[in-house]
Write a protein that binds this ligand. Structure first.
Ligand code: SF4
Length: 340
């Protein structure tokens, strides 16, 4: 991993003067980074490695972050795309994004020893899908087609569920019994876009019902609200996260929608000089699966390149924790060093 040097001396700042003089500033958003579901999922892999020893199989990326996956791989985890790659009878962990009942059945048939790291907030959506399907509702699932979470949720009631990703999809719907429709959402969507889609669903299907509280999770919501609050105060936003992280991508979009350029970076080595041309105040945040040490490295890099002032902006206090799966909760491990 190499750092890209930024030669600010040659750039004439052209954006609005926000910090006074030539001092450049970083606004570090809070909450940022790991959510409770990600902490739990990573702990599950670390504890399983400690308790049972390597190799431990993990179906799909445990969370969508390249650094986390690489570090767990080095500690002995073997990441596979499908259960067919796991030897019969071996131990396998399901990722934070959840799996469909068909995957659970396959694991059972192959006598795999399953440890389930599905985030409880994803499980909640699965339970809602099963409930609505049993009651005879057509379920409109708002989400992104190829995301692991959506594939898992769709699998709960495939015959009763229709996926929509935007308002245009809603306009194309043709549902035989509009009296009995329910909607659910992926947990990591844009708050604003989801609101637009739900509004259109309600216009078309006034009797539609949905979850009591929205399915977009607290971590996704809080990180988006922090970006919205800070966007007017900065000239660029750097989001630490991987390209396949849905909630990280939404942070970039939320900022861009507010008219401020935003970039998604796996780590500070991906900063390009063009991202900070004329930027006196840069905001920094991290998606829910991005470790804090990557944020610290990014901040150190910015400080070394002229952003000497760092100010933390806490938009909302966050204190959520999930208990471990029951088969692991009594274990007090000597945890592997996977930096958080
Ligand atoms: S982003 Fe939300 S739904 Fe996903 S793991 Fe974190 S808390 Fe759970």
């Amino acid at each position: 991993m190499s750092s890209v040097a930024i030669d600010y001396a040659t750039e004439a700042p052209s954006g609005p003067e926000l910090t006074g003089g030539n001092r450049k500033k970083v606004i570090l958003l809070k909450p940022r980074g790991f959510c409770a579901g990600v902490v739990r999922a990573i702990d599950v892999v670390k504890i399983a490695l400690e308790l049972y020893g390597a190799p431990i199989y993990v179906r799909k990326e445990i969370v969508h972050n390249r650094h986390v996956v690489d570090e767990l791989r080095s500690a002995g985890a073997i990441f596979v795309d499908e259960l067919g790659e796991v030897p019969g009878g071996a131990r396998v962990i399901f990722s934070a994004h959840g799996v469909s009942p068909a995957v659970r059945q396959e694991a059972k048939d192959r006598k795999l020893q399953v440890i389930d790291a599905t985030c409880p907030l994803v499980t909640k959506v699965h339970v809602e899908a099963v409930k609505y399907a049993k009651q005879g509702y057509t379920i409109i699932l708002i989400g992104h087609r190829d995301h692991d979470e959506v594939i898992g949720t769709l699998g709960e009631a495939p015959k009763n569920t229709i996926l929509v990703s935007d308002v245009a999809d809603v306009d194309r719907l043709d549902i035989p019994n509009p009296e009995r429709i329910a909607y659910l959402t992926q947990t990591t969507l844009s708050l604003d876009e989801t609101q637009d889609i739900v509004r259109r669903l309600m216009e078309r299907y006034p009797k539609i019902i949905g979850p009591k509280t929205q399915d977009i999770c607290y971590a996704t919501e809080n990180r988006q609200l922090a970006v919205k609050a800070v966007a007017p105060l900065c000239q660029a936003l750097l989001v630490v996260g991987s390209q396949n992280s849905s909630n990280s991508r939404r942070l970039v979009e939320v900022c861009q929608k507010a008219g401020v350029p935003a970039y998604l970076l796996d780590d500070f080595g991906e900063i390009q000089e063009s991202m900070l041309v004329g930027v006196d105040t840069v905001a920094v945040t991290a998606g829910a699966s991005a470790p804090e040490h990557l944020v610290e490295e990014l901040i150190a890099h910015l400080q070394a390149n002229g952003y000497s002032e760092v100010e933390e902006a806490e938009i909302k206090e966050e204190d959520v924790r999930f208990t471990l799966p029951s088969d692991l909760e009594n274990f007090t491990p000597r945890l592997y060093t996977v930096r958080t």
